[in-house]
Design a binder for this molecule. Structure first.
Ligand code: 5GP
Length: 192
């Protein structure tokens, strides 16, 4: 491994746009991408494992970690805290490994200030109607009142798309994944 510093890739996008599936596929196709596991105070959904999807923490624990400067960024989303551990990101980058953050827009703005060399990608839905449809498909996983709130947040989040280096429309999964991979490939090339 050369002295190359790992890339920091930040992916945002409204709830229901398909970020999880897209990131899963990205990592299948590009195993060099390490995923940053966030901390959150929200309750685990069925099937989510502590230390895999997220590190699930109490509010008190989260606030202690904030006070210790543990997070690269943190934000409140739909009444819960979410945060990215700073050390894991720094260690990966220092070791030359590329690291991917899936975070919402307020957190991404904080990361941009602290790591302006990051690659910031916003995943957008083809239309608002399609976003609503995809959110409804997730019904069961996300409670109904939570869904209404997430749609409201989505509208606000869409207004931030232009702050990102790239906006990728997730109409079909595979072309969207290919587009993100190409963005990452170009950013890697620029580094060498
Ligand atoms: P969910 O509850 O659906 O897993 O995530 C809700 C939102 O929080 C998503 O937009 C997700 O990308 C974002 N998120 C997940 N982890 C973090 C984090 O560490 N920091 C910030 N700022 N947002 C996060």
């Amino acid at each position: 491994m050369s002295g190359r510093r790992g890339l920091l890739v930040v992916i945002s996008g409204p709830s229901g746009v398909g970020k999880d599936t897209l990131i899963e596929r990205l990592r299948e196709l590009d195993p060099r991408l390490q995923y940053s596991i966030s901390y959150t105070t929200r309750k685990p959904r069925p099937g989510e494992k502590d230390g895999v999807s997220y590190f699930f923490a109490s509010r008190q624990k989260f606030e202690e970690l904030v006070a210790q400067g543990f997070f690269l960024e943190h934000a409140v989303y739909n009444g819960n805290y979410y945060g990215t551990p700073a050390a894991a990101v720094e260690e990966a980058r220092a070791a030359g490994r590329d690291i991917l953050l899936k975070i919402e827009v307020q957190g991404a703005a904080q990361v941009r200030k602290r790591a302006p060399d990051g690659v910031f990608i916003f995943i957008a839905p083809p239309s608002k109607e399609e976003l609503v449809r995809r959110q409804e498909l997730r019904e069961g996983a996300v409670p109904a009142d939570d869904m209404v709130e997430r749609l409201k947040i989505a509208e606000t989040e869409m207004k931030h798309a232009s702050e990102y280096d790239h906006v990728v429309v997730n109409d079909d999964l595979e072309p969207a994944v290919a587009e993100v991979l190409e963005i990452i490939r170009t950013a890697r090339e620029r580094q060498t």
